[in-house]
Design a protein around this ligand. Structure first.
Ligand code: SAM
Length: 312
């Protein structure tokens, strides 16, 4: 799986080199590249934000700098617009060039200038309305094997990111994350890429507001990547977990000794009777879920009811 992250604090993602995530990168199961959004600015201050249209507090991240960066990172030919704001070429995005181009941007985090150069060249070619150029681009699209990226923006006012989303995204080949800061990214950026046919997702990681998208993206990446086949040494350890299969919270876990500081585990757990242990754990999972997350029990009831309906 290839992961690209765009942030004004790319060094934040150095932690992804640690532990199992680092090992997965060493093994070649995963490639993670954090890009600095400011490398796509053209002014002396490297500014990425501006005041909100319509007034109000705070600053909003500028769409131009985000689009130049994302076009490059995703290897997309940007659409050019004439003076009236009309697109001068088909609005379908096309992946740039060959596999080599795509790999260059994936492997080489330092050569941001190079990727900007290639973006400029492609902007020129996109500006052409010549039929043969368009036909060439279309055939380029047909020959490239680069997987289509899924573009993900963390956003506190988006639907909640769940284990089901992590499971689905663990099957993707290429994920691109855009970390907002300040009041967030100009809302036309996700809309623009969705209009071009890119699969765009926005997710909240909880009902609270963080300073930026970096923590949210780290959490999503960790939840996704641990489900990639080959990531966990023991694949069994992700089968029986909270929110997985039946959407119940997991039963409590204990290790030895069976009694510690006067607190004993339930004797069933040391009985050696696997059937009893399974039933005990299942009951505890149901009790904890009912008490802590009754919404999940409702979900389970709905699933059971619709299964029964299908049988009748
Ligand atoms: N003005 C926004 C609002 O009230 O909804 C908050 C912007 S927040 C200060 C800046 C950035 O942090 C967001 O653009 C997003 O990338 C990230 N962020 C903050 N809280 C988040 C959450 N709960 N889930 C996902 N991303 C979050």
């Amino acid at each position: 799986m290839r992961i690209d992250i765009v942030s004004v604090f790319p060094e934040y993602f150095d932690v992804l080199k640690l532990s199992l995530l680092g090992k997965a990168q060493d093994k070649g199961l995963l490639s993670v590249t954090a890009h600095n959004l400011r490398d796509w600015t053209h002014d002396v201050h490297h500014s990425v934000d501006d005041t909100p249209v319509g007034g109000g507090a705070g600053m909003v991240m500028k769409p131009e700098v985000w689009a130049q960066c994302l076009d490059d990172v995703m290897g997309l030919v940007p659409v050019s617009f004439d003076d009236d704001g009309q697109p001068v070429q088909s609005r379908d995005f096309r992946l740039i060039g060959t596999d080599d181009n795509a790999n260059d941007s994936a492997d080489d985090t330092e050569s941001v200038d190079d990727s900007n150069d290639s973006g400029d060249v492609d902007a020129d070619s996109a500006a052409s309305t010549d039929d043969s150029t368009i036909a060439d681009s279309a055939s380029t699209e047909a020959t490239t094997d680069s997987p289509k990226p899924i573009l993900i923006f963390p956003n506190p006012s988006a639907p909640l990111f769940t284990q089901a989303d992590a499971t689905e995204l663990s099957r993707a080949d290429h994920l691109v994350f855009g970390c907002g800061r300040y009041e967030g990214i100009d809302a036309r950026v996700p809309e623009y890429y969705a209009r071009q046919g890119v699969e765009v997702r926005e997710y909240s990681i909880g009902d609270y507001v963080l300073n930026g998208g970096e923590v949210a993206v780290s959490a999503m990446i960790e939840a996704i990547v641990r489900l990639v086949p080959g990531f966990m040494g023991n694949p069994e350890s992700i089968v029986e977990e909270s929110y997985t299969g039946d959407p119940l919270l997991e039963h409590r876990q204990f290790t030895k000794p069976a009694t510690w500081r006067g607190i004993a585990v339930d004797p069933v757990l040391t009985s050696g009777d696997h059937g009893k242990v399974d039933r005990y754990r299942r009951d505890e999972a149901m009790e904890r879920t009912t008490r802590i997350r009754p919404d999940l029990v409702e979900e389970l009831d709905c699933k059971a009811m619709s299964k029964a309906d299908r049988k009748t």
